[in-house]
Write a new protein. Structure first.
Lengths: 222, 198
């Protein structure tokens, strides 16, 4: 399928050597939305969870320390920028690199919490993220071997063959695991159960955006 | 449908997710054995045929891309040549030490100390330069996270009170988990006993 059919007319390209970022209405919308959200969280403060204590009238406040707050904010901003980059990239391998960056930053955002359950699920997510290196980069490599190019513009005009479809499927498994969609949602969903709302939310938002973009890429190249 | 309910409950446990993922990935890769695989020879980032440069006796085989630094361009292709106009001009650049080694050894290209300008660098740093930036930023993020954790949670912990509090919290939370596990074990055992009694 041609790129114009899915995202609308191409408004312009940003050439960086062989890696050409392209802008069309769909990608521009996703790009601007994620950047706006990143700007919002970069000026916001974290929430404090208030837990009712059992058997008494006291309450337990779970707050985030200043140091941890700064670290999380930094990583959340990097995550937002990486997601924004993945929205407008026009190169398959570049997309997988953005995906890997988002994965590692997601673990970093929750790495300093003190709840054992959250750390445990972050560890399980880390295991998946490690495994995802193989399908993500392997899938891109299979598609490169089958077609001889990584540029989405070129791939859009090449008819799909079984090897390309297999490469795309392998990549799909990688993206599904790394962004934690069903049936791999549990480890990533448990990571959110900690205070620090706006920064935690970008873990979720980046996965949503990545999935939308990856479906669009799949429709383009197959 | 109690079986589906059980399956959903298993999916909600983070511990099972890496295993499930590994199984699905493994199955897909096994399917890969029956897919016809073949290298499309029409590649942009071409490589010379295996052993051809070795047989020709080139010292920096298999990385020889021809050309002379700033005199004549070597063989490197790009997807969009209009974006990288000076492609190939520094293909054959090597440091003085590399030049010396090349003169000494006919197998310089395959040795561990060889990173001749050539193929790798021109593609990595010129036509696909943005990838290099991203790769190193992934590494940088990993190091930032690891060093931040190391500094704040293992090295710089001078306040005893903090450590004690954290240890207390960790013990309480692991106690809770242990209790839950024990509770579920007890329930399972009861269930088993009931079944056997029947």
């Amino acid at each position: 399928m041609l790129i114009e059919d899915l995202g609308g007319n191409i408004l312009g390209t940003i050439p960086l050597g062989d890696i050409v970022l392209y802008l069309n209405p769909l990608h521009l919308f996703l790009f601007v939305t994620i950047l706006l959200f990143t700007a919002l969280i970069s000026i916001s403060r974290t929430e404090t969870q208030v837990e009712a204590m059992f058997g008494s009238l006291d309450e337990n406040k779970v707050a985030v320390g200043l140091k941890e707050f700064k670290q999380r904010r930094f990583l959340a901003i990097i995550c937002g920028i990486a997601t924004a980059g993945a929205m407008i990239t026009g190169d398959l391998f570049n997309f997988t690199l953005f995906m890997a960056l988002i994965g590692i930053v997601n673990i970093g955002i929750v790495s300093a919490v003190k709840q054992v359950d959250v750390l445990n699920s972050a560890y399980q997510y880390g295991l998946i993220a490690m495994m995802c290196g193989l399908p993500l980069f392997g899938g891109a490599a299979i598609i490169l071997a089958a077609t001889g190019t990584l540029s989405l513009f070129e791939l859009a005009s090449i008819p799909a063959n079984p090897m390309m479809i297999f490469g795309a499927l392998v990549m799909l498994v990688g993206v599904a695991g790394e962004s934690g969609i069903a049936p791999f949602f549990a480890s990533k969903a448990e990571m959110f159960r900690t205070p620090g709302s706006p920064f935690i939310l970008i873990i979720h938002l980046s996965s949503l955006f990545i999935i939308v973009r990856f479906v669009e890429i799949l429709l383009t190249i197959l | 449908m109690p079986k589906i309910a059980k399956l959903w409950n298993k999916l909600a446990n983070p511990k099972n997710i890496p295993r499930l993922f590994a199984v699905i990935l493994g199955l897909l890769l096994i399917v890969g054995f029956i897919i016809p695989m073949g290298l499309n020879t029409d590649q942009i980032y071409i490589r010379p045929a295996p052993q051809s440069q070795m047989d020709a006796g080139l010292a920096i085989a298999p990385y020889d891309r021809g050309g002379e630094v700033l005199v004549s361009p070597g063989v490197t292709e790009a997807q969009y040549p209009e974006n990288s106009k000076n492609l190939g001009w520094i293909n054959s650049y090597m440091t003085p030490i590399a030049e010396l080694l090349k003169a000494l050894s006919p197998y310089f290209g395959t040795s561990i100390c060889a990173s001749p300008g050539g193929l790798i660098d021109e593609i990595l740093y010129y036509t696909r330069g943005f990838d290099t930036i991203l790769e190193s930023s992934i590494l940088m993020m990993a190091f930032i996270i690891a060093s931040w954790l190391a500094i704040n949670f293992t090295i710089d912990r001078k306040e005893e009170r903090d450590i004690k509090e954290d240890v207390k919290r960790a013990i309480a939370s692991s106690d809770r988990i242990a209790n839950e596990v024990e509770e579920s074990n007890r329930k399972a055992r009861e269930k088993q006993a009931k079944k056997e009694f029947r």
